[in-house]
Ligand binder design. Structure first.
Ligand code: PEP
Ligand code: MN
Length: 352
């Protein structure tokens, strides 16, 4: 995808920040959010109008009426304005309202039929299209969705990493699996990838740390949920931040590294960071299994530490290390530490 264009015709710079409420709730709320976003010097406003909610009966968005408020925010504050679309009908209304672009949500990206319908409806359009990752960590599905949009002629195209649904215990609402967007970058190096710390964290106290982590990993920007009164939000109340917090966050973010691809050291570090993320994700997965084993042992009255099993595990790890030319001692130390933590996790199961 060598011929991609900037997401917005007059937008230039990295990092690109997009901010705004999860949902447009009222004219007053949306304009207050827009004012705050503009005051934080963020040039792109996001606000959901049709909300894909997990459970029926939750607030499902105001619908097309809210597009008027978004158009007003654009005029009033000189912002670029985007919203989520899930069907060709949504898209038609957004284009009619004169908005600058759309994003496609995680649930929609997961469905190739829905993606193709939207892609077909996008033919001849020059607006920005942002494709959030699918709910599952499947890079091919994400690339496929992006290719459908590209093949319909869209060149103002970017991706947003919003984390992945998981049954593992993580501190996050959606597990980041950083290696997935990094693989997407490897496959489509010319496309900007932003990160959405709000949907990854699910909690406002995690937004700053996840934002910095994304910039450190070379993401091109951030999409952050921002609401004038977050506690009163009709959707995603726990993860939205005030415009004031947004301003302070942006002022404290450190742009440490040249974006990936611009220098060799940056590329090597990015690669190392990806591997480290994978190691941590694998450790978390291992601890999940350890807790399941702990539960099994507890139910069957078995002791937590089985010495034969531990010895076997260490010997196998050492043999493998030797075959791969890494020090046996080093691997022994690592596996001893991993085993110790597994035992601790299994003992915790007994205490719950
Ligand atoms: C959103 O951005 O508010 C949203 C619903 O996004 P996602 O598709 O990431 O859940
Ligand atoms: Mn949201």
């Amino acid at each position: 995808m060598e011929d991609l264009k900037p997401l917005f015709s007059d937008a230039c710079c990295e990092p690109l920040y997009i901010a705004g409420p999860c949902s447009a709730e009222s004219r007053e709320q949306l304009l207050a959010a827009a004012r705050g976003v503009a005051a934080a010097e963020v040039s792109v406003l996001r606000a959901g109008v049709w909300k894909p909610r997990t459970k029926p009966g939750s607030f499902e968005g105001i619908g097309s009426k809210a597009l008027e408020w978004l158009a007003e925010a654009k005029r009033e504050y000189g912002l670029r304005v985007i919203t989520e679309v899930a069907t060709p009908e949504h898209l038609e209304q957004v284009l009619k309202a004169g908005l600058d672009g759309v994003w496609i949500g995680a649930r929609t990206t997961t469905n190739p039929f829905a993606m193709q319908q939207i892609a077909d409806a996008l033919r001849g359009v020059d607006n920005a299209v942002i494709v959030k990752n699918p709910v599952i960590p499947d890079v091919d599905l994400w690339v496929g969705a992006i290719e459908r949009i590209y093949n319909s002629g869209i060149r103002r195209l970017a991706a947003v990493h919003r984390g992945f649904g998981t049954h593992q215990t993580t501190p996050y609402r959606n597990a980041p699996h950083w290696s997935v967007p990094i693989e997407l970058h490897r496959r489509i190096p010319t496309m900007s990838i932003l990160s959405d710390p709000s949907h990854i964290g699910g909690r406002r106290d995690l937004v700053a740390q996840l934002s910095q982590q994304a910039l450190d990993l070379g993401f091109s920007g951030l999409m952050i949920e921002c609401h004038p009164r977050p506690e009163e939000a009709l959707s995603d109340a726990a993860q939205q931040i005030t415009p004031d917090t947004l301003s302070k966050l942006i002022a404290t973010l450190k742009l440490r590294r040249t974006p990936a691809g611009n220098d060799a050291l940056g590329d090597f570090r990015l690669h190392i960071d990806t591997i480290d993320s994978r190691i941590i994700e694998l450790l978390a997965e291992r601890m999940d299994v350890a807790r399941e084993i702990g539960e099994y042992k507890r139910q069957h009255g078995m002791a937590v530490v089985q010495h034969d099993r531990y010895n076997e595990l260490l010997l196998a790890a050492e043999a493998k290390a030797e075959a791969m030319s890494i020090s046996k001692k080093f691997v022994n130390q690592i596996f001893s530490a991993i085993h110790e933590e597994s035992v601790r996790q299994q003992l915790d199961v007994g205490k719950e």
